[in-house]
Design a protein around this ligand. Structure first.
Ligand SMILES: *Cc1c(COP(=O)(O)O)cnc(C)c1O
Length: 390
């Protein structure tokens, strides 16, 4: 087995391209803070990439989701339907507004919100005269597009707007149906993205709000900038936030955006190599590859056979210099949300019990990936005896 000279991270930023040049430009022109040409340029070029009319930059993905809640009128006491199986930052902004998450379990095809369960929940609430969610927040986890067409259909039936949390899935695309050719974050009323250090592109920290509605875009800009009215007077017409992205961060974003197509190619190539090397390995389940989408494989995540615990395996791999990570516990298991209403949760539980993300950096070298594959193969083979041949 080949050995490695330095630890292999789960996922690390891949800077380069024009990053240095654009950052120098910020320093040379003194535009380091929230005013400067890169913010607008980043918004314009991002909107173009995702295929939406408007993009509003902000300070984090969490801020983007929080603003999205405000844009769509989520208020104290409201319900917001959201995936149970997601990172906590999808759900915290619901609580910031005093609303309650209504947790919907995943389906097997994409590991995202199950449209059938959402439909059951909405129909049963409507039938019993119970309140319906103000918003449905669809999360595209791990670079996997959710079944948005079916979700749009059921939401349209009840007039419920959709927020897409596309933080982990920039570039993932639908290939079939009504939204063929469209990217995640371009379909719901509002899309949200993150540029945290571990995401597919990074600005150090940052986020983006996307929409095709000019009024929502204008209000998003307003809310992220203290809800300050134009003019020199400090006039504000509602409670806003300091959620601006700095020109420095946006400069990095513009440079990253120039590299994004290459990053997506690298992620998809990594996924194909992992697929080929791990296919058929004792009881291991590969990430979803539904016919209707082209995932971006932000994190390449497998489900382990029952004999292996992802937490134990992650510790063992860390000792071998490999950073692999168990996936998030379902939201319904967290103390802040364990009394939230929910529909099922068994698949989220199972994903947590079995899921392990493997190193997925766009800069991961072929020989490094080989090491990860060899280590994983030997550890799975140790625990799961090969079935005798035919
Ligand atoms: C990263 C992430 C966020 C939050 O983004 P930040 O920029 O870290 O605030 C939200 N939702 C999901 C699913 C994420 O993975």
């Amino acid at each position: 087995m080949t050995s490695i000279s330095k630890p292999i991270p789960l996922v690390e930023p891949n800077l380069g391209g024009n990053a240095q040049r654009y950052l120098n430009e910020c320093i040379e022109t003194n535009f380091v803070s929230s005013i400067g040409p890169f913010v607008e340029r980043f918004e314009r070029e991002f909107a173009e990439f995702v295929g939406v009319k408007h993009a509003v930059a902000c300070s984090s993905g969490t801020a983007a989701i929080h603003v999205a809640m405000r844009l769509l009128g989520v208020e104290r006491g409201d319900l917001v339907a959201v995936s149970d199986f997601t990172f906590v930052a999808s759900v915290n902004p619901i609580a910031y507004e005093g609303a309650t998450p209504l947790l919907i379990d995943s389906e097997e095809q994409s590991w995202n919100m199950d449209p059938g369960l959402l439909a059951d929940e909405l129909r049963s609430r409507a039938r019993r005269g119970l309140p319906l969610p103000t918003v449905v927040e669809v999360v595209h986890i791990l670079g996997q597009p959710a079944q948005i067409e079916a979700i749009v259909e059921i939401c349209d039936e009840y007039g419920i707007p959709i927020i897409e949390d596309a933080s982990e899935a920039l570039g993932a695309t639908y290939t079939e149906g009504r939204y063929a050719g469209r990217q995640v974050g371009s379909i719901g009323q509002v899309g949200c993205f993150s540029f945290n250090g571990n995401k597919i592109i990074t600005t150090g920290g940052g986020g983006m709000i996307t929409t095709n509605d000019p009024a929502l875009a204008a209000r998003a800009k307003h809310l992220t900038t203290h809800a300050r009215l134009p003019g020199i007077a400090y006039a504000h017409d509602e409670i806003g936030y300091n959620y601006r992205l700095t020109n420095i961060a946006a400069a990095l974003g513009v440079a990253q955006l120039e590299l994004l197509s290459g990053f997506l190619e690298a992620k998809r190539r990594l996924a194909r190599s992992y697929d080929a090397a791990l296919f058929g390995l004792g009881g291991l389940t590969l990430p979803p590859r539904p016919s209707w989408s082209d995932p971006s494989f932000w994190l390449y995540t497998v489900r382990l056979p029952a004999a292996l615990d992802p937490r134990e395996l992650a510790v063992a791999l860390r000792e071998a210099g490999i950073d692999a990570r168990p996936v998030w516990p379902p939201i319904h298991t967290l103390p802040m949300f364990d009394t939230a209403p929910r529909r099922r949760g068994a698949i989220a539980d199972d994903l947590f019990r079995t899921g392990l993300s493997l190193p997925s950096s766009t800069s991961l070298a072929e020989d490094e990936q080989r090491v990860v594959i060899d280590e994983l193969r030997s550890r799975v083979a140790d625990r799961v005896p090969r079935r005798a041949g035919p």
